[in-house]
Write a new protein. Structure first.
Length: 221
């Protein structure tokens, strides 16, 4: 493995389950750390949460400012140019974190890939291509990048993976229609998506955390 991303870790050293949770554009690994105490599911005490920090890079959509980002963004639009090399690099880095969890005693089948916004895009992209069966993918306020390439790159090991997708009806950052298109694409390709919408913008609501808890209770058991 290459040098691993720096991470924030919450949970036991001898975990049975792991959730690797990627933050959004411009945030860092601490962004979703406060959510952990709010989650309520049976095996939480056996679950390790890994919150990696994205690398820093110039981001075109933000006037080239350097910030933590999983890939460059020109625009958030299905017809916008895609930073495929950046997405592939982040996929590789996330795979290295999965391997690290395997080495710490957590099987791939007990690992959830999660992410918010840009982080959720990487979680979806990576999880659907990963060579070993995973427990699930949690994709919050996000979309599926490069869907056309998934058709030929999808892993058979994760054809039946549990997917939790959630989006705000008033999201001004990642358009609701883009997320809805991603959900429809996954459904057409026979993926099992649990789709949730909430009266919110680009954020997370307590009701959403409750739904995430119920979903984790099913997939991490």
């Amino acid at each position: 493995m290459k040098d691993l991303l720096e991470t924030v870790t919450v949970g036991p050293d001898d975990a049975t389950y792991s959730v690797i949770w990627l933050h959004g554009l411009g945030a860092d690994g601490h962004d979703f750390e406060p959510v952990v105490p709010e989650l309520d599911f049976t095996n939480k005490d056996k679950t390790r949460f890994i919150f990696p920090h994205a690398p820093v890079r110039p981001v075109t959509i933000n006037n080239g400012y350097v910030m933590r980002a999983w890939y460059d963004l020109v625009a958030i639009d299905k017809d916008a140019p895609v930073d495929e090399s950046g997405i592939r690099e982040s996929e590789s880095q996330l795979c290295d974190l999965i391997t690290q969890e395997n080495q710490r005693g957590v099987s791939s089948a007990n690992i959830v890939l999660a992410g918010f916004s840009q982080g959720g895009a990487i979680a979806l992209h990576t999880g659907l291509r990963y060579s070993q069966s995973l427990a699930g993918i949690m994709a919050l306020s996000t979309y599926l990048p490069m869907p056309d390439k998934l058709v030929v790159e999808a892993s058979e090991s994760n054809r039946d993976i549990a997917i939790f997708m959630a989006h705000g009806l008033q999201d001004p950052v990642v358009p609701f229609a883009l997320a809805e298109d991603s959900n429809a694409f996954l459904a057409r390709n026979h993926y099992k998506v649990e789709w949730h919408t909430y009266p919110m913008d680009h954020s997370v609501l307590p009701a959403e955390i409750d739904d995430i808890s119920r979903w984790l209770n099913r997939v991490l058991s």
